[in-house]
Design a protein around this ligand. Structure first.
Ligand code: PGA
Length: 252
């Protein structure tokens, strides 16, 4: 996979066709930052339209089912995402883990299904506030990585891991840059343990209250290969400021 900084907007359950205007603006502005890989994960209903509306950015899903088809009312399979024009999917977001009871094993099966369908995949991990307060953050996240990442041979080349502390999502609170760097180093060590040298290729994104104001500092931390952005990805102005902060040209 590319080693450019990867900035991905997760629209969550937000957006109807009206929001395609923001996507077009994001797409146009992203053309000014060729050294950043930019992508959006809109709701399923907008994937096809968004993909047709953009040229410079990737388009992906926010989840997929582990099976390719079947009697799973309301679910979406990875080959359907691919067919709708998606390039990637997010799996294992903490909102799916907590609100839909997704376990590491389920997340891993979803990630493997996404790869088998020809998508790249972003696997999310992150500790709760209680786990951090108990000094368990690195142990918990390491365990999630161990049990959630796909194991197929081509996995490391097509995988990103997003570290998103649950307590930082949508709260305006972010860990210190030192804590982010320490966690990213720990995730890197686990990926190398799993995949050998190929584990160094996997981009590790930070997510949780990334905004224009804190993006440069967070993206500058060691082993931070990009950002997964929720709220601030809903407007072109705030999202493009984050893309700009990720651009190596900007940081020189
Ligand atoms: P946030 O969400 O940027 O709104 O905190 C991040 C995420 O959940 O991916």
């Amino acid at each position: 996979m590319s080693n450019l900084p990867y900035v991905v907007g997760n629209w969550k359950m937000n957006g109807t066709r009206a929001l395609l205007t923001e996507a077009r603006s994001i797409d146009r502005a992203s053309g000014r930052y060729p050294k950043v890989q930019v992508a959006l994960a809109p709701p399923f209903t907008l994937i096809h339209r968004l993909q047709e509306a953009v040229q410079n950015i990737g388009v992906g899903g926010q989840d997929c089912h582990a099976e390719e088809s079947g009697a799973f009312t309301g679910d979406i399979a990875a080959p359907m995402l691919k067919d709708a024009g998606a390039d990637f999917t997010i799996v294992g977001h903490s909102e799916r883990r907590s609100m839909h009871g997704e376990t590491d094993e389920m997340v891993k099966a979803k990630a493997e299904s996404a790869l088998a369908a020809g998508l790249t995949v972003i696997v999310c991990v992150g500790e709760t506030e209680a786990e951090r307060d108990a000094g368990q953050a690195e142990t918990v996240v390491s365990g999630q990585v161990e049990n959630s990442v796909p194991r197929s041979e081509d996995a490391p080349a097509r995988l990103s891991v997003a570290y998103e502390p649950v307590w930082a999502i949508g709260t305006g609170r972010v860990p210190s840059v030192g804590d982010v760097a320490a966690m990213h180093r720990s995730i890197r060590a686990k990926l190398v343990e799993i995949y050998g040298d190929a584990g160094t290729e996997v981009r590790i994104l930070y997510g949780g209250s990334v905004k224009a104001e804190n993006a440069a500092e967070l993206l500058g931390a060691s082993e931070v290969g990009g950002a997964l952005v929720g709220g601030a990805s809903l407007s072109a102005e705030s999202f493009i400021a984050i893309v700009g902060a990720a651009s190596p040209d900007q940081q020189e």
